[in-house]
Design a protein. Structure first.
Length: 161
């Protein structure tokens, strides 16, 4: 047995559930962090093992968010106010659902659509630097699902009779 075959067997032994958990966390992170910059509210959590795991619970949208959508993002077919509310809600809710693995495929699809809107209308030069990678991760989650380490698996898996 050669080294390539041995390495392939080791990699093949990694359960998809661990891979999917990692992909869900990686995909959720940039959207959630972006959403946190758009909202105001009380902060919960704190630092654990040197990681800042605090986040804001949204009670309102920052004035700067409305200005951002009015002055810089300027999406067609939707008012800047509605776009600010929608983006803030999406960037708070869908990454949390993705992280816990609840409605994973729907959440990944929503974030994929948001990625496409950002790519087309907001940052059209960012495809190969960021958006292609987000899209690839989200497409894997849409196609393969959240894995066994998820609420989707616990709630919706098919049980054999």
């Amino acid at each position: 047995m050669n080294i390539v075959t041995t390495a392939a067997r080791w990699v093949d032994a990694i359960p998809y559930s661990l891979i999917a958990l990692f992909l869900r966390i990686v995909a959720a992170h940039p959207f959630f962090i972006s959403g946190q910059t758009k909202i105001e509210g009380p902060t919960i959590g704190g630092e654990i093992f040197g990681l800042d795991l605090s986040f804001q619970i949204p009670t309102s949208i920052r004035d700067s968010t409305f200005a951002l959508f009015a002055d810089e993002y300027k999406l067609p077919l939707i008012s800047p106010t509605l776009a600010a509310y929608a983006a803030s809600a999406i960037e708070f809710t869908l990454p949390l659902l993705l992280f816990i693995g609840l409605l994973t495929r729907l959440s990944a699809f929503g974030l994929l659509m948001m990625t496409m809107v950002i790519q087309i209308f907001v940052f059209p030069d960012a495809w190969w630097t960021v958006h292609a990678y987000w899209a690839a991760i989200l497409i894997v989650l849409i196609a393969r699902g959240p894995g066994a380490i998820s609420l989707d698996y616990l709630l919706f898996r098919r049980r054999s009779a």
